[in-house]
Every structure is written in structure tokens, then in C-alpha cells.
Design a binder for this molecule. Structure first.
Ligand SMILES: *Cc1c(COP(=O)(O)O)cnc(C)c1O
Length: 438
């Protein structure tokens, strides 16, 4: 079997192995890693009854050569030890609608899938045995992992990476722009984790992370990123699409709450790799750059706007570069329907869905449910629509008043916390990084 190498979106002169791509995070020329070609998995041959078996089969063509079947299966099993239910709802505008609940992991958002797998991969590839094999990152000492978060990424990555040998994680989040509960989850004191509250927006946080990679003062530090720009977080996100498709008799349309476009990119890669799908819907909140792009409206990346679905408050989605590298604009426009949903529409959708179907959706999922409704009207598609339910409603108590906080979140409120306030200045972040590898 021919396995892909990994190349930068900005030049294909040099190719990398999967461990190199994962340890680098961002390609040395500032681009994002993509597979040199998209390999196929055996869709019909998948074991539809086991999530970890499905995971190993889907990932093998991408991970091949670096894992035995046995160790790949064990990484998959360890990364996803929770349920991934597909629930059918019916009523009102939501007939033939399925919710793929991706929030049953430890931090109650779909980010647990990518983060937990990435933590394990960084641990495996970063240990001394395989270090020599990774060109350009044979620097000794700890690996510093940077992550910018608009809410859910940070706690998922912190949970997924904390306590793994040789890793120091630094989380940047925009002060005052995440919910109280999200912030408390972020700043829980964890082994090897530093949480930074930045005086700036999420886009500023992303720029600081990118800036660290090109800072000469950090050239001797082994740096990587756990944002969805890391291919090691992206690839595992293919699995749940395949898992859902396998349970349905006909190919569904997938409706994806979208911010940085990592989740959508993973779905499209899964489709290219052999999963049947009738189409995709990219559900944006008021940050509608990508929806505009799909409609062919003249648009460019912009400043992010704050909304109640704050994990999608991204004006300049980092995976756009990867998506446009892998898929020509024509192909995207033919297969992905874009929507932009306001806060008022999100709130009324939460209420309407609850009233008509009894389902309680969080604000991110509600953006997708409203997009699914519009898509149905627009396309007359009568088959199944799978809406990715990306966060537990209890994470957003002010938008979703009707429900109780589950025990796991309650506990967070009593843990010891630790946080550093950071100005939006590159030197300040860089000195924290240097301090952490002492
Ligand atoms: C991160 C996040 C999204 C957006 O996913 P992207 O991969 O950045 O497009 C949607 N919903 C929730 C709850 C999230 O945490």
C-alpha cells in the first residue's frame, strides 16, 4: 500500500513523515501540512459496531508505516473511551434529522476527539526513542505545545496533554470572551499546563502562536501547536463522520458548526477517502466569511465578531488555507452549502427545537440546526441530515436556561486554578515559553 507523505500548503518541494508533521505543527514555511494525496480506506469493510475498530481502519492509510495495527488500535481505544451516539429527532422543520453527539468526552465538546489523540501521538513521537528519526526537531529537552483557544480547545487540549511526559502546554485565550464555565475549565491547575488570559481577541491569540514559530529567540526550542492547524488533531476528526455514515442506509448530508473549519476539512477529507456523503453544510454564526465565500460573494478574512456560539467566533479561519489547497473553489461550491446565522436566530432555534422535538441544543449546535433547516428548504433534499452536535448544552447556561449542569462540570468549580494575564505582545509570550523549558 502506498502511504501519503505530508507537504506544506505553500510549497511541495519538501515532504515530511507523519511524526515530523505532527511534531512541527506548522510547516517550516508557515504553511499547513496536508497529505501529499488522499488515500482510501475500505468503507464497506469497516466494523460498524466498534468505534475504535472503525478509527483504526480509517486512520491506517494516513498513519501507515508508523504504527503496527496493534498499537494503532490501542492509541484509538485510549483516545476515545466514551460514547458517540447518533440520535434521531423528529418534528417541525427537523424530520429525518440526526444529531451526532460529539460532547461525551471529558471536557464536553467535540474537541476532545482531536486533542486526546494528539496528546497521545505527541507523547509517542516526542519520546527519545523516535526523536532521532524526526528531522529538524532533534533538539533536546521538553516539547512546548502552544494552543490558542476561543473556548473549548484549551480545556480539551489541557485534558488530553496534561501529565504526558516531556510536554509543556501553554494555552492562550481571549480574556472576557469565553463563558465563565469555559474559563474555569481552562484554568484548572494541571500538570505541565500554563493558562494565559490574553488582553486581545482570539485572532490575536492565533497571531501570537504563529509569531512564536517565527521568533528567532525561540529557534532552539522544540515548539509545536495543538490548534486544529496540527494535522494530528485534524485526522482523527474524520472518524466520527464515517461512524455516522455507516449507521445510515443512504448517504447523508453533514451539517457542521464551523469556525476555524477544522471539523469541516476533516469531513471533506473523509469523503474524499471513501465515505459516501450527499453533501455538506458549513454553518457559520455571524462570522460569515466562509459562507460568503461559498456563495461566491466577494469576501475576505475579517475581524472576529463576538456571538453566543463563541467557539466559532473566527474572522480569519486558519484551516481555510488547507481547505482551498485540497479542494478547488468550484468543488467546494458544488458540495458545500454555506449559512450564516445570527444570535437572535440561534436563540429562537434553541427554543423551537426544544418545543418541536424535545431536544436541547447548545448554541453551536443550534447554528447548525438552523442551517440544516435552511438547507432543506433550499435544496429539497429529503434524505438524512446529520447535524454535528459539538458541545454539551450545559456549557452555555445563559443561552440554555432549562437544564442542569452535569456533575463533571460541577466539579471543575471546586478545583484549584492557576492563570497568567498576558498583554498582546510577542516578547511577553516568548519569555513565558523560555521560562517553561528551564
Ligand atoms: C471549536 C468548535 C467549533 C468549530 O470547529 P472548527 O473546527 O474550528 O470549525 C464548533 N463548536 C464547538 C463547540 C467548538 O468548540
Amino acid at each position: 500500500m502506498q502511504y501519503p507523505r505530508y507537504i506544506s500548503t505553500r510549497s511541495s518541494d519538501r515532504s515530511f513523515t507523519l511524526p515530523e508533521a505532527i511534531m512541527h505543527g506548522l510547516a517550516p514555511d508557515g504553511g499547513l501540512f496536508v497529505p501529499s494525496f488522499i488515500p482510501e480506506f475500505d468503507y464497506m469493510g469497516l466494523d460498524a459496531n466498534s468505534y475504535s475498530e472503525t478509527s483504526a481502519s480509517v486512520l491506517k492509510p494516513f498513519f501507515g508505516g508508523h504504527f503496527s495495527d496493534e498499537s494503532l488500535r490501542s492509541v484509538c481505544e485510549d483516545s476515545c473511551s466514551f460514547d458517540v451516539p447518533l440520535k434521531r429527532i423528529s418534528g417541525g422543520a427537523w424530520n429525518e434529522c440526526y444529531l451526532l453527539e460529539l460532547f461525551h468526552g471529558p471536557t464536553l465538546s467535540f474537541k476532545d476527539f482531536g486533542a486526546r489523540m494528539l496528546g497521545r501521538l505527541l507523547g509517542i513521537f516526542g519520546n527519545s526513542g523516535s526523536r532521532e528519526a524526526i528531522a529538524g526537531i532533534s533538539k533536546s529537552g521538553k516539547t512546548v505545545v502552544l494552543v490558542a483557544t476561543s473556548g473549548d480547545t484549551g480545556s480539551a487540549v489541557a485534558d488530553g496533554l496534561s501529565g504526558i511526559d516531556g510536554l509543556e502546554l501553554i494555552i492562550l485565550y481571549p480574556g472576557g470572551q469565553v463563558s465563565d464555565l469555559q474559563e474555569r475549565q481552562l484554568i484548572v491547575k494541571r500538570d505541565g499546563v500554563t493558562a494565559c488570559r490574553v488582553n486581545g481577541s482570539f485572532d490575536d491569540c492565533q497571531l501570537l502562536v504563529k509569531g512564536a514559530f517565527s521568533s528567532p529567540s525561540l529557534s532552539s526550542v522544540r515548539l509545536t501547536s495543538a490548534n486544529s492547524i496540527n494535522i494530528g488533531r485534524l485526522l482523527p476528526q474524520m472518524i466520527y463522520y464515517v461512524w455516522a455514515a455507516r449507521q445510515l442506509p443512504v448517504p447523508p448530508v453533514f451539517c457542521v458548526p464551523s469556525g476555524n473549519l477544522g471539523n469541516l476539512t476533516a469531513g471533506l477529507i473523509a469523503w474524499k477517502a471513501g465515505m459516501p456523503a450527499a453533501g455538506f453544510v458549513a454553518a457559520n454564526n455571524a462570522n460569515g466569511f466562509f459562507a460568503d465565500y461559498l456563495r461566491g460573494v466577494q469576501s475576505s478574512p475579517r475581524k472576529s465578531l463576538r456571538t453566543i456560539s463563541n467557539a466559532m467566533d473566527v474572522g480569519d479561519p486558519s484551516n481555510f488555507e488547507r481547505l482551498s489547497h485540497l479542494f478547488p473553489a468550484e468543488e467546494l461550491r458544488d458540495n458545500v452549502f454555506g449559512c450564516s446565522v445570527s444570535d437572535a436566530e440561534t436563540t429562537s432555534t434553541i427554543e423551537a427545537v426544544y418545543r418541536e422535538t424535545g431536544y436541547i441544543a447548545d448554541p453551536h449546535t443550534a447554528v447548525a440546526l438552523e442551517s440544516a433547516r435552511r438547507y432543506r428548504v433550499h435544496s429539497k433534499f429529503s434524505g438524512p441530515i446529520v447535524v454535528l452536535s459539538t458541545a454539551h448544552p450545559a456549557k452555555f447556561p445563559s443561552a440554555v436556561k432549562a437544564i442542569q449542569i452535569p456533575a463533571r462540570l460541577d466539579i471543575v468549580q471546586t478545583f484549584a486554578t492557576s492563570v497568567i494575564t498576558l498583554e498582546n505582545r510577542q516578547e511577553d509570550l516568548n519569555s513565558i515559553i523560555l521560562d517553561r523549558i528551564q
